[in-house]
Design a protein around this ligand. Sequence first.
Ligand SMILES: Cc1cc2nc3c(=O)[nH]c(=O)nc-3n(C[C@H](O)[C@H](O)[C@H](O)COP(=O)(O)OP(=O)(O)OC[C@H]3O[C@@H](n4cnc5c(N)ncnc54)[C@H](O)[C@@H]3O)c2cc1C
Length: 606
Amino acid sequence: MQLYVLMSIVLLSATVKAAYPPEGFAERVHVPYRSITRAASWASQSDDPVRHFESNDPGPAGLCQHREPCWPTAAEVEAFSNSIGPAMKRSLRWNRGENPFPAPIPLGSKGGQPLYGLDPLKPVYARALDSNQLNSTMLFKDDFSKAATRNIPAEGYEPAFIVFPLTAAHVQKAVLFARKHNLCVAVAGTGHDFINRHSCPNGLLIRTSLLKDMNWNMDGVVKLGAGLTFSEVSKAAADQRPSMYIATGWAPTVGIAGWSIGGGHGPLVPSSGLGVDNLVGVEIVTANGTLVTANAEENADLFWALRGGGGSTWGVITSFTVRKHPTPAGGMTRLVASFAGDILIPVLLEQRVEQLLDWTLGLDEKWGGLFFMTSDATAWTIEMVWWYAGSRRDPGFREQKNKLLGLHVGFSNVFNCRDWFACNLPSTAKLISLESGIVPTKIPWVNLVPSVIITRDLVGGSEFKSAVKSWFLECPLCGALEFYFDLPHPNIKKHFDANATSIGSGFRDGMIHLIVPPDPISMKKFLHLGENSYFSESAYKGHGEFGDEDGWKKRYWGSNYDRLLDVKTKYDPDNMFWCHHCVGSDRPRTFPPVSERGVFDAALLV
Ligand SMILES: Cc1cc2nc3c(=O)[nH]c(=O)nc-3n(C[C@H](O)[C@H](O)[C@H](O)COP(=O)(O)OP(=O)(O)OC[C@H]3O[C@@H](n4cnc5c(N)ncnc54)[C@H](O)[C@@H]3O)c2cc1C
């Protein structure tokens, strides 16, 4: 129901925006309406009531079911809980004001607290499987449901146990507990993923949100606990002397975990590289419960896979080592602008589309931004937010700003801030609750988030521009085209070794990550324009959208998939770690029954 309300808000706001760019818009808006439009996209797919994930999920084979002898007893759960520091402090409380977000704020959370205010946290939560828990859609009443809060979890994919480790040793114990009892494992930090890659049915959810150590005393890099949000890291980076930043996505409550291993685009990426380019090492607990380091020297094959292979399919990462960058002199500058016009005067619309796309081609690596294009039956709107890594007084900034604002802009605003944290203060970000928060609503039907990577050559040519121009007229009520001009600039990408990461080559070589509404017209118009989609922000209805059953593998990883699968089978031969449309997700689990375990696993039973 609430999704229909969201859709109405989108349509209403599009109309209002076109007519009156609101006063103070620039102060409030970082990423206008993105999540709302996404939620609306999902809501529009009501034609197929079949659960999406069943087509690709190996199912319960090999997994322990409730009431089987392998199922953990209450005493075993208690012993596990007692083994991971039950007296240690566990809290995700947000101290409000300008304190960084420790986690997203779920929609409707009273007092604006993570996990609906569950505080302090227990080491382990067990679900009463006979009760009706987790059937609610939003207003969670019991502690287990609050602890499980994450973005758009799929129906039927709730865990039976949730653990909040504080150390890598706790994570190891959790993985061994799952192995001992043949439970599937899902990993979630912030829980921001909106494609249900953080879920498994009746298994163990390892919530890494409390792994928040940081070490800034390292040359050129920083070591970060896997549970940190960008808000926390950006604050700590800004507090360094000299002030620093790390490559980041747009939303301050997104975690460094999923962003760094899934690809990682963002406003500072054109000058500092993708999330995977900035990753220089991890510590990870693999399927046999061992904590290993993976970097260019140690376990280099696993490290390569983690730089783009995404998701929790490889193990549980406990720390990330990433590059740090000095804050530019003059800080960072944001430019917000919006253009609007009458849909019945297409010539003006066509002119603006051409001019605005041409303008983006002239920007250097200091610029990263987005366009949101929407229309209704009467008006079209193009809203944009750009970040410039430098001062508003830089001649390079002024030149491009003047070019843009010379195009009869309807509304514009320039804002300068001393560092990335100051640019994204939690008090401001909280106003865009769907950007700083999550929507823990189950959606019983298929989700479909179509995305395509558009190259610089295409942006310069007529085919893409024609597609955009005609989309407005042919699909006036379809939703929003989301253009992210925040992939590495050609001046920068030449410094990164493409073979050192496993993302599809299109993602590195692209200029725009484009998300289109999931209607047939929009998909037909745009998806064929590029071979790759962004793993972390796209989902497919089934296997067949791109020609054959393996279409999604090619869309995400191109020719790297087979090598990724080799790494997966080497480090997780039983396919213990699983996530939807992740490497190896269409393979069966081969987890042997407890009775058939070898010497190693027998030891776990003690
Ligand atoms: C509002 C919003 C804004 C976004 N903006 C951007 C953006 O600007 N740029 C961009 O590139 N993407 C963006 N995304 C997409 C985002 O990068 C992905 O959703 C990403 O997966 C989120 O990572 P997370 O760690 O916050 O989420 P989580 O849901 O906690 O984790 C994401 C994935 O990583 C796995 N994972 C988490 N922690 C670990 C761990 N410790 N070890 C192993 N696996 C782990 C999870 O199992 C899951 O598969 C956005 C998403 C949302 C909802």
